[in-house]
Design a protein around this ligand. Structure first.
Ligand code: URA
Length: 257
């Protein structure tokens, strides 16, 4: 028998979807996800885990670690992340936001989470925060173009969150192996970690306003925590501190301003 819902229930359902982060309808056909074939690389990882005698039930972080360490190039890593099905953020995102700039850059910047603009275009830092970031680094002669003074940019996670909510600890944990592998493949001379999310994931620290400007090390790479450009847009007076950090980076790069 055909079931009908009344107008008020339909409104409630729509509101519930908005709360979950649905921003547009993309199809009117139901998809039976149970019939979807798992990507090959993921099946291979599960087979390896099974044959190694470990638990057959795939543990998301373990799957992510195996897939990440099997990636021998940035292209491999993009493939691995694209076929990783254990993070629900992927389902709500339009695009995978992997990186921008030169993979040969001396300076690699790690941001937090892609926003709406980044999700639409598939590149990190293309919205208002990204424009400020470009201005900041251009002021010390660095930019996204392929040159000696190039930057390379990525984020802690490659998918936007529903309604720009903060990442959960689980999401950070599960996706961390891809970020760590990304850094290993790029091998920058310096890492810049912008905002609370990357300092939590990579340095196990929590307060960027306290940590900014204090050099740390991640996996042997000198790492400078800096205020996130979104924070600077909300707190323009803090730009002064960021300018000090940029000058310090310039000195570490062995360059004059
Ligand atoms: N904020 C980030 O941290 N990364 C982006 O790509 C955009 C905004």
């Amino acid at each position: 028998m055909e079931s009908k819902i009344n107008f008020m229930d339909a409104i409630d359902l729509l509101e519930w979807q908005l709360e979950l982060g649905v921003t547009e309808t993309i199809g009117n056909q139901e998809i039976n996800r149970y019939l979807e074939v798992k990507p090959k690389s993921e099946n291979k990882v599960k087979a390896n885990i099974a044959s190694s005698g470990k638990k057959v039930r795939a543990e998301p972080t373990l799957v992510a670690s195996s897939m990440a360490s099997a990636a021998n190039s940035l292209d491999d890593l993009v493939q691995a992340i694209s076929s990783f099905d254990y993070c629900d953020l992927k389902k709500g995102a339009r695009n995978l936001v992997f990186s921008d700039g030169s993979p040969h850059a001396k300076v690699m910047i790690i941001g937090e989470v892609p926003d709406l603009e980044e999700d639409m275009i598939g590149k990190p830092f293309v919205g208002a925060a990204g424009q400020l970031l470009d201005k900041m680094f251009n002021a010390i002669g660095y930019g996204r173009s392929l040159s000696d003074t190039a930057l390379y940019l990525t984020n802690v996670v490659p998918w936007r969150t529903p309604q720009n909510r903060s990442l959960t600890d689980d999401e950070m944990e599960v996706l961390k192996p891809f970020l760590v592998r990304h850094i290993q493949l790029v091998q920058p001379r310096f890492l810049i970690v912008m905002g609370n999310t990357p300092i939590q994931v990579l340095l196990n620290e929590s307060r960027i306003t306290k940590l900014r400007g204090k050099w740390k090390t991640f996996s042997g790479i000198p790492t400078l925590p800096m205020l996130h450009p979104s924070y600077l847009l909300r707190n323009p007076l803090a730009k002064k501190e960021t300018w000090e950090d940029l000058k310090m980076l310039k000195v570490r790069l062995g360059e004059d301003l």
